[in-house]
Design a protein. Structure first.
Length: 360
C-alpha cells in the first residue's frame, strides 16, 4: 500500500486536515500524521484533535514558538528525519504557515511528491510571512488543490498550470457539516449571547498583534463598539500577550474569553450579527453563514468576499472599523450570495485525484 504523510501544526490546518484525513483513510490510503507543534496550547491544538476526530499524530515534533527562521529551521530538520524514516510516496501540506513551508521544503529536497491543499491564495503583500510561505510552496508542489477560481487564476499568472485542480474549499465541507449537528442553543447559553445581537471578534495576525499602534486602534474600536453592541472576543494567546505587553485594556463591556473549540466557533459565527476578524478562515466561515464581516487588514486573500459586498476591508484603523460596522448594521442587506467554494465535496475530490493520478 502506498503511503501518505500529512503535515500539520496550527489550528487552521487541524480543521482542514480533519476532513481530508478521514476521506483519505476512507479511500483506503495509508496516512501518517505529523504534528510539528507550532500551536501547542491545549485550546489551540488538543481540543481540535478530540472534537473533530482527527487521528492522534503518529509524530509530535514539539517545535513550539520562536522567530520565523528558528521555527522553520527546526521544523525542517525534524520533518526531514521523519520523511527519511518513513519514505512516503506523497506529502500533503496545508495553508500558509511555517509548518507548510518546512514540510514542503523537506519533501522536495528528498524528491518526494508534494500536494498543497489551499493553493493559489495571494494577498500580494510580501511583508506577510504567510504570503512568502504560500508562494514558495505553490512553486514547488506537484499537486495544487485550489479552493476558488480566483486561486486558479493567480497560479496561472505565475506560470503554474500543471497539477492545478479547482476542487473547492475543504473548510466549506467541514463547516457546513458541523453546522448541521452542533447544539447552537447550548453554546450560546454557555457564552451568554443572544442570536444576531452580538459582534464576534478574532484577531491574531502578526501585523496587528505585534504592532502597538495597530493593536491599540483595534482595541479602542472594540471598546467604542461595546458601548452600543455586545462584543465577544475569543482571544488568541499571542494576542493576549501583546495586549498586556502594550498596556492596553478592554472595556468591561467587551467579553474577552479563552479560545473556543471548533464546534463552538461555528455556532458563534453562525449566530453573530457581524464578525470582525483578520483571519482568512473566519472570513470564509462568516460568508458561508451569510454573516457580514469587517476586516482590519490592508489586504485579503479572499477578494471575492469583498467584491461581493458582504465583507469590508478597512485596515487597522479605529474610525474606519467603527464606521464600517455601523454602516453594515444599519442597512438591510440586499446582497446576492454566490457560492465561490464548491459543493461541499472538496475532500472527496482531493482523495480521488490522489488515488487516480498517483496511485494508479
Amino acid at each position: 500500500m502506498k503511503k501518505v504523510i500529512s503535515i500539520v501544526g496550527a489550528r487552521p490546518q487541524f480543521i482542514k486536515a480533519a476532513i481530508v484525513s478521514k476521506t483519505l483513510r476512507d479511500c483506503g490510503l495509508k496516512e501518517i500524521l505529523v504534528h510539528t507543534g507550532q500551536h501547542y496550547d491545549v485550546n489551540m491544538s488538543d481540543v481540535f484533535f478530540d472534537e473533530l476526530n482527527l487521528p492522534k499524530p503518529d509524530y509530535y515534533l514539539g517545535i513550539g514558538s520562536g522567530t520565523h527562521g528558528y521555527q522553520t529551521g527546526r521544523m525542517l530538520m525534524e520533518i526531514e528525519k521523519v520523511l527519511m524514516r518513513e519514505l512516503p510516496d506523497l506529502v500533503i501540506v496545508y495553508g500558509d504557515t511555517n509548518t507548510t513551508l518546512a514540510g514542503a521544503l523537506a519533501s522536495v529536497k528528498l524528491h518526494i511528491q508534494l500536494a498543497h491543499v489551499e493553493a493559489g491564495l495571494r494577498s500580494f503583500n510580501k511583508r506577510m510571512p504567510e504570503e512568502i510561505n504560500r508562494v514558495l510552496t505553490d512553486h514547488i508542489s506537484d499537486y495544487l488543490f485550489a479552493p476558488t477560481a480566483t486561486a486558479v487564476e493567480n497560479l496561472k499568472r505565475e506560470g503554474i498550470k500543471n497539477g492545478v485542480y479547482w476542487v473547492g474549499d475543504v473548510m466549506f465541507d467541514l463547516a457546513t457539516q458541523v453546522a448541521r449537528i452542533v447544539d447552537e442553543k447550548s453554546v450560546l447559553e454557555k457564552f451568554r449571547v443572544i442570536p444576531k445581537q452580538y459582534i464576534l471578534v478574532t484577531i491574531h495576525r502578526a501585523e496587528n498583534t505585534d504592532d502597538a499602534r495597530n493593536l491599540s486602534e483595534i482595541v479602542e474600536a472594540l471598546n467604542e463598539l461595546s458601548e452600543i453592541y455586545s462584543v465577544i472576543f475569543p482571544i488568541h494567546p499571542r494576542t493576549l500577550k501583546m495586549v498586556n505587553k502594550f498596556n492596553l485594556s478592554f472595556s468591561k463591556h467587551v467579553k474577552v474569553i479563552e479560545p473556543v473549540s471548533y464546534k463552538e466557533m461555528i455556532a458563534l459565527e453562525k449566530n453573530a450579527r457581524l464578525i470582525i476578524t483578520d483571519s482568512g478562515g473566519v472570513q470564509r466561515e462568516a460568508y458561508f453563514f451569510k454573516v457580514p464581516c469587517v476586516i482590519p487588514r490592508n489586504e485579503t486573500e479572499w477578494v471575492e468576499l469583498v467584491d461581493s459586498g458582504w465583507h469590508k476591508l478597512v485596515g487597522p484603523d479605529k474610525s474606519k472599523i467603527v464606521s464600517a460596522v455601523l454602516d453594515v448594521l444599519k442597512r438591510e442587506s440586499q446582497l446576492e450570495w454566490i457560492n465561490f467554494f464548491g459543493e461541499g465535496d472538496a475532500a472527496i475530490k482531493i482523495a480521488k485525484i490522489i488515488s487516480q493520478n498517483y496511485y494508479r
